[in-house]
Design a protein around this ligand. Structure first.
Ligand SMILES: Cc1ncc(COP(=O)(O)O)c(C=O)c1O
Length: 385
């Protein structure tokens, strides 16, 4: 890869997403990295020259451009690791907790993460302390004797903003490893390594790939020993990314800046309009000046993101009726794609009870703001009838 040709300090991230992870610039070479459909690579352990690429589960030419690009965007000198899904990445990061060790995991962030942590605790693999990272004092108190703290900010789906500098600082002072799930913000809006995080996790399924056509996870770390452990874990557990999936995610990354700029601007505008809409009892969006996370978000983030959660005044039935009445916006789970999606999160039985029954999470896409608003306002009216 020719990534060394682009010191990131010298170029804007919107340029970096376009230029990172390209093959060497040679006459006749492909502009985009090819997809290597190979289960093994030539030269493993031979006298003619060793290579990290042996069997395609150990290392893989198709992952490398994406792994290099995301690592550079996050600010890590070491290549990131690609996985079969965001949950495979979450699972790999949680495997850093020693057997019987203590993990602090938020009760109200992505439900798959707390679900996995609970099942590991039930199996005796780790001891779980469920935390509310917005309660700084209690979270810091829970760090005593802990091995790892998991943070996600803004949280899915409450969109609470966590004070990453304070919590990561406190964890570091106590020797607790910090993992940040940066799926919602992407490295274009938040770089947890700048606050001292040890590990950054992504569901690249979401904004990085950006087209709702691929599942993929990423883990990045700046620590060589941690990276070696993760490589060993991935090699043995086998939750590897497919070559085509990695290629699609890199292709999606090329437009991340454009997509995010557009979706975020629309999300901000829709959040403002929704704040004045009848039938909506609460709008959760860190970009709104009266949002509880606004000050922190302004200090911590380079943008407020493309997710807006609303609570419907009439409860769960009202929220279901609203989602059913949408015509342009698609009722579906997931987020971060070019198309706007809506979901009443508590329909999922695994969603924490702290999430209000009437909460609908909107993942804003790149459609025109007025078309989205026309659809959302007609659905609000229809649901109120
Ligand atoms: C914040 C966050 N982390 C991790 C995941 C898991 O990712 P995947 O669905 O790619 O396994 C999700 C999925 O919604 C998520 O929202």
């Amino acid at each position: 890869m020719n990534d060394s040709a682009h010191p990131l300090s010298a170029i804007d991230p919107s340029t970096a997403v376009v230029s990172l992870g390209r093959p060497p610039r040679e006459v006749g070479a492909a502009l985009n990295p090819p997809i290597a459909l190979a289960s093994t690579f030539v030269g493993w352990d031979t006298p003619d020259g060793d290579t990290d690429r042996g069997y395609a589960r150990f290392a893989n030419a198709s992952w490398e451009p994406l792994e290099a690009a995301v690592a550079a965007l996050e600010g890590s000198p070491l290549p990131a690791l690609a996985y079969a899904s965001g949950m495979a990445a979450v699972s790999a990061a949680l495997s850093l907790v020693p057997v019987g060790g203590v993990a602090l995991v938020p009760a109200t962030s992505y439900n798959g993460t707390i679900g996995l942590a609970r099942s590991l605790a039930e199996a005796g693999a780790l001891r779980l302390r469920e935390i509310d990272p917005c309660d700084i004092e209690a979270t810091v108190a829970a760090m005593d004797g802990a091995d790892l703290i998991w943070l996600e900010s803004p949280t899915n789906p409450l969109l609470e903003v966590v004070d990453l500098p304070r919590l990561i600082g406190a964890a570091r002072e106590r020797g607790v490893r910090t993992v940040v799930d940066n799926t919602f913000s992407t490295p274009l809006r938040q770089r947890p390594f700048e606050h001292g995080a040890d590990v950054v996790v992504h569901s690249a399924t979401k904004f990085i790939a950006g087209h709702s056509d691929v599942l993929l996870g990423i883990v990045a770390t700046r620590d060589a020993e941690t990276r070696a452990r993760l490589v060993a874990q991935r090699t043995l557990h086998g939750a590897i990314a497919g070559p085509f999936e990695a290629w699609l995610a890199l292709r999606g990354l090329r437009t991340l800046s454009l997509r995010l700029d557009r979706a975020e601007a629309t999300a901000g505008e829709l959040a403002r309009r929704l704040s004045a809409a009848s039938g909506v009892s609460r709008v959760r969006y860190p970009g709104l000046p009266d949002d509880p996370g606004h000050a922190l978000a302004t200090a911590q983030l380079d943008g407020y993101g493309a997710l807006v959660s609303i609570e419907l005044a009439g409860g769960a039935d009202h929220a279901d009726a609203f989602v059913r009445a949408l015509r342009l916006v698609t009722p579906a789970t997931s987020l971060g794609g070019v198309e706007t999606l809506a979901e009443r999160r508590r329909r999922q039985t695994s969603e924490p009870v702290q999430v209000p029954e009437s909460l609908v999470r909107l993942s804003i896409g790149i459609e025109h703001v007025d078309d989205l608003w026309a659809d959302i306002s007609q659905a609000l009216e229809a649901a109120a009838r």
